[in-house]
Design a binder for this molecule. Sequence first.
Ligand SMILES: [Zn+2]
Ligand SMILES: [Zn+2]
Ligand SMILES: [Zn+2]
Length: 470
Amino acid sequence: MLPLYRVSDHVVGDGDQDNKLNNESCDIDTDTDLLTASDSEDSKFNLDLESNYSNGEETDSDIDEEYIIFPIWLEKADDVCIRLNSLIKNGQIPKDKIFYKYFDSVSYAMIDPNHKYDEQIVEFFNSIKFLGGERTVNFIRGPMWHGCGSGRVFNPESAKLNLGGPGRTTRLKHSGYTTASGVIKPWLDSFLTLAVDPSVDVKPLVDSPIVKVIGTAMKNDGTALKPAIQYDEKQQINIGLKMTADIEFVKANPVPKSEFLRENVVTEANVTYLSTTDNRVVMPVSVTYKPKAGKTGKEMKEQFLNEVELLQSCHCCIKAVVTSRHILDKPATAICKSACQACIESASVCDACLTQGQTSHVPSLRACQRCLKENVQCCRAVVIVLASDCESGNKRAFELISQSKADGTLPPQFIFVCLPDAVHVGKSLKCSFANWMLLLDEERACLSMLHTIRDSDPELKKLLPRECPK
Ligand SMILES: [Zn+2]
Ligand SMILES: [Zn+2]
Ligand SMILES: [Zn+2]
């Protein structure tokens, strides 16, 4: 009955929380109407409600109703409380929905400013920030603890709010992330953990007492980013350039040049996904932020080979390496050694390796030195397919990789084949011809048709402006 009728503070409460609430009510509502159970019309109402909500446990008591004397003071709850209570009880305000959680969190914060906000409320306010900016958040939230000073104890009585909600610092406290380029250690770690989990049931390519190899396909594609330099409050750095734009950097480059920006402003997030060959585990594992001038064949070849090499490191070594900003880099995974020169040269397993239990001469299908030493099964992924769209840089990279494979200069741990991504091939064939058919003088056409016609005839190029929409 506490939500409806708060027992006044001279009655001993059941627990700490009761006492707290009682004290609160006493502080705030000293001049509201207090009534006893026996002295007004409302008392009847009180008792009716009481019996409605008490599951009929004591309704057939043999005490005369007239005889009940409450040795306590009861205070009538606010109309809003009563309405809320019945709405919550009959399920119109579900406890797992935002409205309930919002009231719960904000009212708790009014009593205890250190109370943890519900995660969804924080997310909700982050969405408001994303959609409408900090000003909208401030408008909804109100000044809240403004003037209390940072780092001090907030006094609930001095809270000033519109609707209330989590503050900026609370909203900034979300889980870790990185804005650095490269293979992200926690992602690859999760991928391998899932891939070798028996409940996921991924069939390994090689499964021997010393090594377990999971066959994987690697997919790469880029998504465009709006070029900008932005201050990241959590990391306290400027992001959006290839390098970190700190005070030293600004001092060294007082006048930004357009060529510099073209080469250094990030315009693309190049994402690599790894999936097991049976498609049971699919996860992004790497993100590379690229400027406009960063997709030559040579650079993409380097990126692909570097990513494949890192992704083929064994699970133990990945867990063991120390990373900076969650990024795995080459020196860190150099500890995972599995190649044997004698085996590679003879393209078969040498006697020494045979006694170790190795079954292949290909370094990415063998147990690594560390795992052998520690006598544990070496679990690793091996990339057997690399798929990507056929942008000029990627296409050239594929050609270069095939070339060096033919020349025999490709290091032996790379056993993957390069495939153009089927979805992108389909996209190229379609050429967006099917989009937005228009009726032009009883003929159906679309903008890309116009564009193609213009490109096909030099005479038309003179007639139609260059800015003819794509
Ligand atoms: Zn290893
Ligand atoms: Zn060997
Ligand atoms: Zn290993």
